[in-house]
Design a protein. Structure first.
Lengths: 320, 319, 319
């Protein structure tokens, strides 16, 4: 046990996370200065709950990026899975079937992506980009301009419920953080995912079943998108054709701001959490400070660049 | 004698055939802004219904990237090559569409302008309502229900889209008219339900008392409803679109009203206008639908799904 | 009698091997649409496709170079939009086309330099930096226009899009010149050699004493400049500057580049492939419009096209 603690202390990954956390703290402190509405229990819980949806969507995506790939279809995946789950629940009245439909759809899409990348050897950008358009097309075709809504209270609990005063999505997020971190850092699968990202050739030579691990990450990415779609559905109580479109870029941004590199082999689930937090804090801050709509993209863009810059800056300082 | 009969018969059937050819089977190209806004969905259904009633057919042109101006202009280029009998055009942007309208005019294809008035061009007529007055009506309903006093927030749509700008202006005018109403904040929800929900949650953190919310479309109003319910707060909410979902929400007392710009009827009458024009029947220069409010008192009229509606007769609206 | 049976397998298979997937898709699309639509091969339509694809080509070419350096420029759509808005604004203030062009291109250059400087000297991931710049440019465009179209552009700029020289539309000249410039830059200058090497062999370059950083920054600057030039065409097309006109176009550009055979990993690039990729997407959209395919199906088809093109390549390398 003490070995573990020692290892944790010396781990450079942890140090890196610390600096990223510092960025989050800076943003929080700044916001607390600018407005007293920020630093209240309610608002902090509010931010955490909003971040949890983004985090869930981005958690599986992190694994894909760790292998030097990308999954552009996560937003469209969420949209389609949510619409399918909504259709099933509206037509059968069964929450369980809805759950299965959402997660099943997400996982299947992930599996499809995995096939395109491993069996058909397509570059992940194109494979998931093509998948994105196809998913959109199918979703639009079946949904048209209609909205499905009005779900069971029991289903909605995962999105709107509270346990001991804390919103349920935060618990879900915590579970995923723990599970995801254990998976990536301490399971053999996780180690192999990192290896594939860092150097697929030497990974294969050392016996890592590269294709199986690649398939795994795409399936997991799809699965988390499917799960996120259920939380989304539970929160919003309705589904329509265009949901999810606007979530892909923030999900990717969360992963990258969190320190996972597009070149693979470097990054962490906790990093993605921090990325999601930063993006959610920015939106929260802009709304509370009622920043004019025209300026909001600029603020977000500047903070994205600054966050990553500061993080690199701190890291360099600590290493010299 | 027989020859005369044959000649007469031939001439008669030719004449009949040619009138048939003129009066039936026209292809009308319908341009709308995007695939997912229920407003345009209703418009398209209206245009389909009208075409069916008049024995013509419609082809729909919708940008694959929602509200994409270059795509719509590209579709116009392509349509001009195809030469449909007529066009019904809802421009993504009323100013940027001008070169596109010129192309249509130069190609000699008759065109009706719907929903957003293009800045210039030759049109058979204009059929529409007005984002500004629809929003104004919805805003005024909210102000009235609040008794002219209280705190209000606006949830905006997408910046840069002209319909949104007009709606915000309409909301703001309604607020201006009531000195007892205070506008706390106007924040973008980008017409997205999720974003509107999160924005509303954030605003709830800041303002302990929000009496009214003006949402630029019903999807966002839906998000606002969820945010309020989730935080155990109450506000009066108005939206725009008059969608089925809004109807349900108003029935359930969760929403006050929704501004309806009559998209289904606009679809009907713009298509009827273009077909009538092609068939040399009289068409008024403008058909303006006054802004209507979907609220508790008018619910009965709206409680039919657009798919099941059919277009009313021409002379019920056009005198 | 001569034996007319050719050894089918070898010739056809050989040919298939040498033709890249994107070219096969292009040929299939052209043949298919020519059969399905009588207007497809008309002069007018061919000119349309060329003209519509010109803007996308002009930003896809520098994107090829950027991707070859293992980078990416997510901001190019927003830069294109912003420069277009700047051009319209300057035209509205000065009514002087040459000045507007210079300023628009200048703005593009500055933003490109900024991207490059931050990526290279602060050693930050290109995706993140250009994502940030995307937001910044989007806002700047909205602020400059306050969400509306700027239409006071005068008549001369429209010529860039609608004018003809020797019967060929001007945008096609723009596209051709852009291609030639990119081709010469990439294959006939030292800069081009470095671009290929930055992607795979940065350290070797440094050891050889090359000012790698400057060249690396220049790649992004090139991207910005091309966006500036393309923005003139965009503004000419709409006869207006609009703050959301080209948002999202970066994805089309990236897809065209990758479908054309350039890949992120290996740093190899094929400029002509990018050209084919852009053309294929343009032909597909145009063809689907002419045939009258429903918008949701169009959306799915684009995805399919992209997948099949690369599938063909990957199958060939296996065979």
């Amino acid at each position: 046990m003490s070995n573990l603690i020692e290892e944790l202390k010396n781990s450079s990954q942890l140090k890196n996370l610390f600096f990223r956390l510092l960025v989050v703290l800076i943003i929080c402190i700044a916001l607390s200065f600018l407005t007293e509405a920020f630093f209240t229990t309610n608002n902090l819980l509010n931010v955490l709950r909003q971040a949890s949806l983004l985090f869930l969507l981005a958690s599986g995506l992190t694994l894909v990026v760790l292998t030097a790939g990308i999954d552009l279809s996560v937003g469209a995946n969420l949209g389609m899975s949510a619409c399918l789950a909504a259709l099933v629940m509206t037509n059968t009245g069964s929450t369980l079937l809805g759950f299965m439909a959402g997660i099943g759809c997400g996982t299947l899409i992930g599996f499809g992506n995995g096939l395109l990348v491993t069996a058909l050897r397509l570059p992940s950008f194109i494979a998931t980009y093509g998948m994105l358009w196809i998913l959109h097309g199918i979703t639009y075709y079946f949904m048209g301009g209609t909205t499905l809504g009005g779900f069971d209270k029991s289903f909605r609990f995962i999105g709107t419920g509270y346990l001991y005063g804390i919103p349920v999505p935060i618990y879900i997020m915590t579970i995923f953080i723990i599970a995801g971190s254990i998976f990536t850092k301490y399971s053999i699968y996780g180690q192999q995912v990192y290896a594939v990202g860092a150097n697929p050739v030497s990974a294969r030579l050392s016996g890592v079943p590269v294709n199986r691990r690649l398939m795994l990450v795409y399936v997991l990415s799809g699965l988390t998108a499917g799960l996120a779609s259920l939380v989304f559905l539970a929160r919003l109580n309705s589904a329509e054709g265009d949901i999810g479109e606007t979530l892909t870029l923030p999900a990717i941004a969360a992963v990258l701001i969190g320190g996972t590199s597009l070149f693979g082999g470097v990054g962490s689930i906790l990093g993605t959490l921090i990325g999601a937090l930063i993006l959610t804090l920015v939106l929260n801050g802009m709304n509370i400070l009622t920043i004019n709509g025209n300026y909001q993209a600029l603020v977000t863009g500047v903070i994205i660049i600054l966050s990553v810059f500061l993080d690199l800056f701190f890291r360099k300082k600590s290493n010299t | 004698m027989k020859n005369h009969h044959i000649v007469f018969a031939t001439a008669f059937s030719l004449a009949l055939a040619s009138t048939q050819a003129i009066a039936d089977g026209e292809k009308i190209a319908i341009f709308t802004k995007n695939q997912t806004n229920p407003y345009f969905q209703a418009f398209r259904l209206g245009s389909d219904s009208a075409a069916k009633q008049m024995n013509a057919s419609t082809i729909h042109y919708v940008p694959t990237k929602p509200d994409s101006i270059p795509e719509q202009l590209g579709e116009i280029d392509d349509v001009v090559v195809k030469k449909p009998n007529g066009i019904v055009l809802i421009p993504v942007d009323y100013k940027a569409i001008v070169p596109g309208v010129k192309k249509i005019n130069d190609a000699g294809i008759p065109v009706v302008n719907a929903t957003d008035r293009a800045e210039s061009g030759n049109f058979v007529n204009w059929v529409g309502a007005d984002d500004y007055s629809t929003a104004l009506a919805a805003g005024q309903a909210l102000v009235k229900a609040l008794g002219g006093k209280g705190n209000v927030v606006i949830i905006e749509g997408v910046r840069g889209v002209i319909g949104n700008t007009n709606r915000i202006n309409g909301f703001k005018k309604a607020i201006e008219e009531a000195p007892g109403i205070k506008l706390l904040a106007s924040q973008p929800g980008n017409y997205q339900r999720l974003q509107a929900l999160q924005v509303m949650e954030n605003l709830i953190q800041t303002y302990p008392k929000i009496d009214g919310v003006m949402a630029a479309n019903d999807a966002m109003a839906g998000g606002v409803i969820e945010a309020l319910e989730g935080s155990n707060r109450k506000s009066l909410i108005v939206g725009i679109n008059g969608s089925k979902e809004a109807v349900e929400a108003i029935k359930a007392g969760k929403m006050l009203a929704s501004g309806d710009a009559a998209p289904f009827l606009q679809g009907c009458f713009s298509t009827m206008s273009i077909l009538r024009s092609i068939r040399n029947m009289p068409v008024p220069k403008e058909i303006i639908f006054p802004p209507m409010l979907v609220e508790k008192s008018t619910l009965a009229n709206y409680d039919i799904a657009p798919e099941k509606q059919t277009c009313p007769a021409w002379n019920t609206i056009v005198k | 009698m001569r034996d007319l049976t050719l050894p089918q397998n070898s010739t056809v298979a050989n040919l298939m091997q040498r033709i890249p997937g994107v070219a096969i898709m292009l040929i299939i699309c052209i043949l298919g649409f020519a059969l399905l639509s009588p207007d497809f091969l008309s002069m007018r339509n061919i000119a349309n496709v060329g003209v519509q694809s010109a803007i996308l080509l002009m930003i896809s070419l520098p994107m090829t170079l950027v991707i070859m350096t293992e980078g990416i420029d997510m901001s190019i759509g927003a830069v294109l939009t912003f420069c277009g808005v700047v051009a319209a604004y300057v035209l509205g203030q000065t009514h002087n086309l040459p000045i507007a062009i210079v300023i628009a291109v200048g703005v593009g250059l500055v933003i490109g330099l900024m991207n490059g400087a931050i990526i290279v000297y602060a050693n930050m991931p290109p995706f993140v930096v250009t994502l940030g710049t995307l937001g910044i440019c989007q806002s700047l465009a909205l602020i400059l226009t306050d969400g509306q179209s700027l239409t006071d552009v005068g008549d001369s700029i429209g010529l860039a899009y609608n004018g003809h020289l020797l019967g060929i539309p001007l945008p096609i000249y723009f596209a051709l010149i852009s291609y030639l410039v990119s081709y010469v830059l990439l294959y006939h200058t030292r800069f081009g050699t470095y671009v290929c090497a930055i992607g795979g062999n940065r350290d070797a370059l440094k050891l050889a004493g090359v000012r790698v950083n400057l060249h690396h920054v220049a790649v992004y600057a090139f991207s910005g400049v091309m966006a500036g030039v393309a923005s003139i065409l965009l503004t000419a097309r709409m006869s207006a500057g609009h703050p959301t006109a080209a948002i999202g176009m970066e994805f089309d550009a990236i897809a065209a580049v990758i479908v054309g055979g350039t890949s992120f990993e290996k740093g190899n690039g094929w400029l002509f492939g990018t050209f084919l990729g852009v053309l294929t997407v343009g032909v597909l959209r145009n063809g689907l419009n002419l045939v009258g395919v429903q918008s949701s199906v169009q959306v799915a088809s684009i995805g399919l096209l992209v997948l099949v093109a690369l599938l063909l390549d990957s199958l060939k390398s296996k065979a």
